[in-house]
Each structure stands twice: as structure tokens, then as C-alpha cells.
Design a binder for this molecule. Structure first.
Ligand code: DC
Length: 239
């Protein structure tokens, strides 16, 4: 199946969904199966939150908003594969690990709700999306960044399962926190990401909603590959 996909024309694939749905794992594996570029847009919002913390800025203070938006305007993003992991460099600094801390995770949601930050990052993502062989993952990829993507997947899972996944990920990174705390933060992030005024989290009208609560990692990938194959067949039929 993989060989077949690699032989064919390139497609643009959008993957959206809430926190902990397994989007990053799916996007990474799908990009690898297709031989495509993978862009994790959540990492870009996290990077702005990381820089804001370093600068002593807080999105809860309205007086800090202009400075946070300035960071988004000036920062240079660079994605690079190293030893099978996607690394993110900002202004030459490898922030791949630093952006995964609970503090950055918490702040990334209010930072991503600032319209000025979204404007800057969406513009950068639209430029990246011009590569015709791409899997881009986030919250608004199918709706705003690549509304003309060939295939759109909205990956979801029930909230308890998503919180448990986040909790396990954090534990693997050595951050030991109570599951209940991760559950309430996941719910808060869902609420914030879905209710913000600009680009709220929602499936594009033409997205395929994939609920992976009871699916294994391999089954989710298989389903995604099937969705991409169908998208390619549709596109080829229209040529
Ligand atoms: O996917 P993630 O957990 O790394 O995302 C971090 C934050 O960024 C999250 O609160 C949602 C936000 N985000 C967004 O608003 N739009 C995107 N395209 C990607 C992420």
C-alpha cells in the first residue's frame, strides 16, 4: 500500500482535531508513509508561548498582547527531521523539547487565541502549504490554512481517552502529574480552542471525521491512508 502511494502524484493533506486525539502521531506516520513533508502547526503556537514566557510576557495581560504578536511577527521557523523525530528551530534554537513542558502547553492556548498571532502564523503556514506534498496538522488547517486541501481528516476521541493519552505522554517525558489535573486542563483547552472568536476548532464541511477512541494506532493509519487514496482517485477522476 505504501509503495503504491509513493509512486503516485502528490497531495495536500489536512489533519485537524482536539488535544490528545493522536493527530501528531497520525500526521507523522502518514507523512512518512507518503514520503511527504510534515508540518506540526501546534508546535509553532507553542514556540510563541515559549518565547513569551522567556520574555516575561503573559497573554492574560492585555498590555502584553502587542509584544506577543511582535514575537510571532519576527520569529523564524525551521522544521528539520533528525533521527526520526521532527525538530523545530526558532531563530536557530532547537526548541523541540522546551515547547512540550506543561507551562508552555497551558499558555499556548491563550496565545493561539490572539488574532494577531494567528494572522502571522497562518500566513507562515500558508507559505509552507504551497509545497504540494504535505501533511499539515493543527486545529484550522482544513478550514483556514488549506481550505483547498485534497484530503481533510478531523481526528477525535472521547475526552477521557484523550486526557489519558496526554497524561501518559507527560509521564513518558518525566512530568508526573495527577490524571485528574490533566483531565481538567484538557477540558479547559477544548473549551477555549472551540469557543475562540478567530478560527475555532471545528471540522471543515468536507472533512472526514475519524473517531479513534477504539482504534489502534495501526488502524487509524490504515483508515487515513484509505481516505488519502480515495481523495487521489477523486482528484484523478476530475483531471
Ligand atoms: O496541537 P498542540 O497541542 O501542540 O497545540 C498547541 C495549542 O495551539 C493548542 O492550544 C491549540 C493551538 N493551535 C491552534 O490554535 N491552531 C493550530 N493550527 C494548531 C494549534
Amino acid at each position: 500500500m505504501t509503495e503504491y502511494l509513493q509512486e503516485t502524484d502528490e497531495l495536500r493533506v489536512a489533519i485537524d482535531g482536539p488535544a490528545g486525539s493522536g493527530k501528531s502521531t497520525l500526521a507523522r506516520e502518514l507523512a512518512r508513509a507518503l514520503g511527504y513533508l510534515y508540518v506540526d502547526t501546534g508546535a509553532m503556537y507553542r514556540a510563541i508561548a515559549y518565547k513569551a514566557i522567556q520574555a516575561g510576557l503573559d497573554p492574560a495581560n492585555e498590555s502584553d498582547h502587542a509584544a506577543i504578536i511582535d514575537i510571532a511577527r519576527q520569529v523564524e521557523f525551521h522544521f528539520q527531521w533528525e533521527d526520526d523525530t521532527l525538530k523545530l528551530f526558532i531563530d536557530g534554537e532547537d526548541v523541540s523539547e522546551a515547547i512540550r513542558t506543561p507551562a508552555v502547553e497551558k499558555l499556548s492556548s491563550p496565545v493561539s487565541a490572539l488574532p494577531g498571532v494567528r494572522e502571522e502564523l497562518v500566513a507562515a503556514q500558508k507559505i509552507l502549504s504551497q509545497a504540494h506534498s504535505i501533511v499539515m496538522e493543527g486545529r484550522d488547517i482544513g478550514t483556514v490554512v488549506m481550505p483547498d486541501a485534497d484530503a481533510k481528516i478531523f481526528l477525535t476521541a472521547n475526552p477521557d481517552e484523550r486526557a489519558r493519552r496526554r497524561w501518559r505522554q507527560q509521564r513518558e517525558r518525566g512530568t508526573s502529574r495527577p490524571l485528574q489535573m490533566v483531565q481538567s486542563e484538557t477540558m479547559e483547552r477544548d473549551r477555549r480552542d472551540s469557543s475562540r472568536a478567530v478560527s475555532p476548532l471545528k471540522p471543515a464541511e468536507d472533512a472526514i471525521v475519524l473517531d479513534c477512541t477504539d482504534l489502534s494506532r495501526a488502524e487509524v493509519l490504515e483508515e487515513a491512508v484509505r481516505i488519502v487514496e480515495e481523495a487521489r482517485a477523486r482528484r484523478d477522476a476530475s483531471l
